[in-house]
Design a protein. Structure first.
Length: 568
């Protein structure tokens, strides 16, 4: 059943009814306002939607670009309400608050704003893309890049940076060494620089005659600093105090967490681990940006057919979705994206993770702790007594966890989990090698996603590569990517001020395999990974190599990078 706005757009012949229905359902799944979804997908222009809504509901349209953001009333409406309902207060007259919206059918949002402000809220229509841009600017969050948010911080701001630990800092065992201003400033600057550069990990590494700091950016480690080696103990101690660890314990590994607030609405978490090495403690920080869980499935790089398979599996009331790949291949983001789509008030979602990386409101997340006996298997058993709809297991590591997860999937629950294997077919054989009966694997697993992350070519400086002979293209595998040779150009990296050696960001490369009846029968017959891979190819599912080459043909990455992440 189409909403009033969608019906009007169909009646005005701005969009076909089938496309409007699909867009409406997809917008709900991805928790994106319907008008903004249409604009982002290029289906209908923002001004056409605004004019159609104005005629349908009798609400005036204004040009949001003609109003300066400085004049917007501040602190009247909670930022969470503004983000939740995509409704921006633009001016106030007496006890009337005028709220800019792109979808006037969201009466619930208007009622919430009325209740929270005590004012009579009235809507005015604006273009969806301008509204989203204005909201982002107003809140200094969401689409604003972290680098821009930090750009105004000078060196003097480093000392006053808002950094919190997970626990009460009064429990820390402090000493005078770690309180020294130069150490504090250096560590804070390293954290800020890592965020600005979009790094995923920071490595503090002591050696016999040197000490180095490295960042992992776009999957590649780069040396960033070499502080004096005699600061090794004090740097490790400072990081341990910040992450609520015992600084007197230097013989055993420890885990901790740091939270850094970089704006009123944006915070970055660091997962911290120490490791005693021959010449001191190595400290590695994993940078966890909560906004990565809200990127939306379109931002991850799935092909259209792969995206449909993933969304269809998420729509199922039961079954098992497995995501596989090496460490750092983006499995967590894929799982969190799926959970974010599923996370509605009607569903009870529980996750067992080691550790919890990103906090998702509305999801019951459990930190696995093997030292006290809280294993994946124990958490999973407890979930099944908690009336779950959806269960996420951070990783299936043993037969016990696999059996409980499969039992959950067989008894009416949707289960999401990960395995460390190289491809989708190997995931199935890994489960069977663990001791899971072939019947259970064949009837329970509904979808497998194997993935890698390839560096994305910088759009500002990439250039066409030299023409490759047909025999080389065939040898690389381009003859089976289903894109005619004359329709694509292979690009190569150059390097400019906007990127790192010609690359900027990463793009996902996926092998998405649905367990079809043919593949199920092959599993039941004890087929090996090679036979399953052949069957998946015959069913039309692209393997990782083909998916990577398609990304090359589409201009997202280079052939050298595709070879780095997928070639045997």
């Amino acid at each position: 059943m189409l909403s009033g706005l969608a019906r009007r757009l169909v009646r005005d012949q701005l969009i076909p009814e089938e496309e409007a229905q699909h867009a409406s359902e997809q917008a709900i799944r991805e928790k994106v306002p319907f008008p903004l979804f249409l604009v982002n997908s290029g289906s209908v222009s923002a001004i056409a939607i605004a004019n159609a809504a104005s005629e349908e509901f009798g609400t005036p349209v204004i040009d949001l670009g003609s109003i300066t953001s400085d004049s917007f009333p501040k602190d009247l409406v909670d930022s969470k309400l503004i983000q939740k309902h995509s409704a921006l207060p633009i001016f106030k007259r007496g006890n009337r608050l005028y709220v800019a919206v792109a979808d006037p059918t969201n009466l619930h949002g208007l009622d919430e704003i009325k209740f929270n402000t005590g004012l009579n809220a009235e809507t005015v229509l604006v273009e969806a893309d301008k509204l989203q841009s204005a909201i982002d600017h107003y809140l200094n969050a969401a689409e604003e890049s972290i680098g821009d948010a930090l750009g105004g911080l000078d060196e003097d701001a480093l000392d006053g940076l808002d950094i919190e630990t997970v626990e009460d800092a009064s429990d820390a065992k402090d000493d005078s060494d770690v309180d020294e201003a130069p150490i504090v400033r250096f560590v804070n600057k390293v954290l800020l620089d890592a965020i600005k550069m979009g790094a995923s990990d920071i490595h503090f590494e002591p050696y016999e005659k040197a000490y180095r700091v490295r960042f992992r950016t776009d999957g590649i480690l780069k040396e960033m600093a070499r502080p004096p080696v005699n600061l090794a103990i004090r740097l490790a101690a400072r990081l341990k105090v910040m992450s609520q660890m015992d600084i007197s314990e230097r013989r055993l590994p420890q885990d901790g967490r740091i939270k850094m607030k970089i704006s009123k609405t944006r915070a970055i978490d660091f997962r911290v681990n120490t490791l005693p090495t021959l010449f001191g403690e190595k400290v590695v920080l994993r940078i966890l940006d909560p906004s990565s869980a809200k990127l939306g499935i379109d931002a991850l790089g799935y092909e259209d057919a792969q995206k449909k398979l993933f969304m269809a599996a998420l729509d199922q009331p039961q079954g098992m979705i497995l995501v596989t790949g090496p460490t750092g291949s983006g499995k967590t983001v894929s799982l969190y994206t799926g959970l974010n789509i599923l996370n509605t008030v009607e569903r009870n979602i529980s996750t067992a993770e080691d550790p919890v990386e990103i906090n998702l409101e509305g999801v019951n997340q459990v930190n696995v702790n093997a030292r006290i006996g809280l294993t994946f298997a124990m958490a999973l058993r407890s979930f099944l007594r908690q009336d779950p709809d959806i269960v996420m297991v951070g990783e299936i590591r043993d037969l016990e966890t696999a059996e409980i997860a499969i039992k959950a999937a067989q008894t009416g629950h949707l289960v999401l989990s990960t395995l460390h294997t190289n491809s989708a077919p190997e995931t199935l054989t890994r489960l069977m090698n663990m001791g899971v009966p072939t019947f259970n694997v064949a009837t329970t697993v509904s979808l497998i996603i194997a993935q890698r992350l390839a560096r994305r070519l910088c759009p500002a400086c990439k250039i066409p590569s030299e023409e490759l002979p047909d025999n080389i293209l065939t040898e690389e595998g381009f003859d089976v990517i289903e894109i005619p040779r004359e329709e694509f150009t292979i690009f190569k990296p150059v390097g400019c001020k906007k990127c790192s050696n010609g690359y900027k960001g990463r793009v996902g490369v996926y092998e998405v395999v649905r367990i079809t009846p043919t593949i199920s029968r092959l599993i039941m017959d004890g087929g090996n990974s090679l036979q399953i891979a052949d069957a998946a190819r015959d069913e039309g599912f692209h393997n990782l190599r083909i998916s990577a080459l398609r990304k090359v043909a589409q201009g997202f990455t280079s052939l050298a990078e595709a070879n780095r992440v997928t070639k045997d």
